[in-house]
Design a protein around this ligand. Structure first.
Ligand code: UD1
Ligand code: MG
Length: 454
């Protein structure tokens, strides 16, 4: 890692018209994290000392979001969108106050890896005054082309609209990421003009200016997928697909088995332990932590939940925010858990709703058990003690506490607390009439015969 102090400027001032959205483009999410969030995470992973974000006018939600993710960022407003150099100029005050490297990132390019930023900085350490992140485009249309000499040194960047036919045949393109180590970057930006096809101030023109001043320009390359820029919902889905491929691979490299990786969906903050087995069609929403040795059977949905060691969950289980499963817990099919702590070794194997409560260690929750947590106005808690047995099809009407080792007869509607070790039953006593069925059948056959004669 380079020893030179680093400042990162994130350009986020796009309108993102092609998203057809009320939300600014850079706040759209990939892997549950806004694209802006991904880029700010990259800045922090790259140990930037200073981070500036350039937003458009009337983009208070972008400013708010940036400050929430990284409270130390400085936000600058670019009043009119006159081009990428003009956008960077909006942060002139911060750039002038910084001595060291400056890296420019686009907030709509969320997939760049910290190692790539390190390679750009290594290129500056090796003597370049400007290093540009390039890639071989399958279809270079629209991108700025990197013009290099016979030794591979960067001479200039030519925007597509300004390029000649020969230049357009070049497939080495500008990703937009540029790293600068010049004493007066503000001065360089001031010299960039707008005499080009778009009439914009192009940041890419900095390359020729720096070279005129005797500086060296270098190209660092990466895969096209890493620098995918998002301008539409279709590209957003492409970015998501790339993100998911990476996260699946990382989970497997970290020791989890994904039987059908392409059907498992992660969030940016999913934590998965070793020897976890994930069957097909599992969705990890935000804030899920899975400890070692857990088995997740097919078709589950999780969000803000914790799954303890060696637990078994699913198939078809739903863990909602605040579900916390201890070690060796079993949560089976069609069981929903919300805001409930389930103690070590407890089981709820079939068809249950456990909401706003707690289940003690080794308790058994029978099929069809419901924690009736809501009275239409307030939520209340249900606490089931350690080793308790809740018979099938019981409704526990909160607030209610079932003591340790208590036993609830199936089909009960429990509205009062049950002491430890007690049996609680709430249903009519069973009645039995021996021989009744045969007598009933004789009577009914007679009635039927009489009716058919009429
Ligand atoms: C830019 C590069 C091009 C590169 C391509 C990669 C320039 C001149 N061209 O072209 O070489 O191949 O990205 O995708 O830099 N922005 C502002 N304010 C502005 C203009 C742009 O904040 O006034 C932001 C945009 O929100 C966007 C980024 O800068 O995030 C790039 O701008 P855009 O207009 O998309 O540039 P391209 O034409 O794609
Ligand atoms: Mg663009």
């Amino acid at each position: 890692m380079s020893a030179t102090p680093l400042m990162i400027v994130v350009l986020a001032a796009g309108k993102g018209t092609r998203m057809k959205s009320d939300l600014p483009k850079v706040l759209h999410a990939v892997g549950g994290r806004s694209m802006l969030g991904h880029v700010l995470d990259l800045a922090s992973a790259s140990q930037a000392e200073k981070v500036a974000v350039v937003v458009g006018p009337a983009q208070d939600n972008v400013t708010q979001s940036a400050l929430t993710i990284a409270p130390n960022v400085e936000v600058f407003v670019q009043e009119n969108q006159l081009g990428t150099a003009d956008a960077l100029k909006a942060a002139n005050k911060a750039i002038a106050a910084h001595s060291g490297d400056v890296i420019v990132l686009y907030a709509d390019t969320p997939l760049i890896e910290p190692a790539t930023i390190d390679r750009l900085r290594a290129s500056l350490d090796a003597g370049a005054s400007v290093a540009v992140l390039g890639f071989e485009a399958v279809d270079p249309t629209g991108y700025g082309r990197l013009l290099t000499d016979s030794t591979g040194k960067l001479i200039a960047i030519r925007e597509h609209k300004d390029a000649s036919e020969v230049e357009r045949a070049i497939r080495l393109c500008n990703s937009g990421v540029m790293a600068f180590r010049v004493t007066d970057l503000v001065g360089v930006l001031a010299r960039i003009g707008n005499a080009n096809a778009k009439g914009e101030y192009y940041l890419t023109d900095a390359v020729e200016i720096i070279r005129t001043d005797g500086g060296d320009a270098a190209v660092v390359t990466c895969a096209e997928a890493e620098v995918l820029g998002v301008n539409s919902r279709v590209e957003l889905a492409q970015a998501e697909a790339i993100f998911q491929r990476r996260r699946r691979r990382r989970a497997m490299e970290d020791g989890a088995t994904l039987i059908a990786p392409e059907t498992v969906w992660f969030s940016y903050d999913t934590v998965i332990g070793r020897d976890v087995v994930v069957q097909p069609n599992v969705y990890f929403g935000l804030g899920v932590r899975v400890e070692d040795g857990v088995e997740i059977l097919a078709n589950c949905h999780f969000e803000k939940a914790h799954i303890g060691k060696y637990a078994r969950v699913g198939p078809f289980a739903r863990l909602r925010p605040g579900a916390s499963l201890g070690a060796n817990v079993h949560i089976g099919n069609f069981v929903e858990v919300k805001n409930t702590e389930v103690g070590e070794g407890a089981k709820a194997n079939h068809l249950a709703y456990l909401g706003d409560g707690s289940v003690g260690a080794n308790a058994n929750i029978g099929a069809g058990t419901i924690f009736c947590n809501y009275d239409g106005f307030f939520k209340h808690r249900t606490n089931v003690g350690a080793g308790a047995f809740v018979g099938s099809n019981s409704s526990l009407v909160a607030p209610v506490t079932i003591g340790d080792g208590a036993y609830i007869g199936s089909g009960s509607v429990i509205t009062k607390d049950v002491a430890s070790g007690s049996l609680a039953l709430e249903r009519a006593t069973q009645e039995e009439r021996p021989g009744w069925a045969a007598k009933f059948a004789i009577m009914m056959r007679k009635r039927k015969a009489a009716a058919s004669k009429r």
